[in-house]
Design a protein around this ligand. Structure first.
Ligand SMILES: [Cu+2]
Length: 164
């Protein structure tokens, strides 16, 4: 009966070593954090996702997006990540369905209305959450390099309030 017990202990020790190894590395850079997340078998912040430029007429260049799950073009749940450079402003827009936003990194200011007003916008820090209800005009400003995760029900569409 001792042999199976030893086997169980050996397996547990191996798991501990595997879990500890990423922490032994330098985790100061975002790339390293992403690599650590991958090594632990979880999702990565940026690595492992297929990023494309957000190319919407009327939206400044510089933002990137990656679909985490689902199909943006069809009905059903989707999860999407957006990567914004520091100072990026997503102009006033609406979505046909509720947009649920979790800030994974950095910080955003989200305001409601057709005029961008950084002072009136609500600050949503890393780990924070905000919902933009369907058809409500809103905008967002990134403070620092910022990544947000958006989830909702498709189809996902962006309609700029400027009519572009
Ligand atoms: Cu939005």
């Amino acid at each position: 009966m001792n042999v199976p017990m030893r086997g169980a202990h050996a397996a547990a020790l191996l798991l501990v070593l595997t879990a500890c190894s990423p922490a032994a590395e330098d985790t100061t850079s975002q790339e390293t954090l992403g690599a650590a997340a991958t090594a632990e078998g979880g999702d990565a912040w940026r690595d492992g996702l297929s990023w494309t430029d957000v190319a919407i007429p009327g939206v400044p260049a510089g933002a990137r997006m990656a679909v985490v799950s689902g199909d943006l073009a069809s009905t059903g749940a989707f999860v999407l990540r957006l990567d914004f450079p520091d100072g990026f402003t997503f102009p006033p827009h609406t979505h046909p369905t509720d947009e649920h936003v979790t800030v994974l990194e950095g910080s955003i200011r989200v305001g409601m209305g057709t005029e961008v007003d950084p002072e009136a916008a609500q600050v949503v820090e890393t780990g924070g959450f905000i919902t933009a209800p369907a058809e409500m005009v809103h905008y967002a400003i990134a403070d620092g390099r910022t990544m947000v995760q958006v989830h909702g029900m498709g189809p996902f569409a962006v309609v700029l309030a400027s009519g572009e």
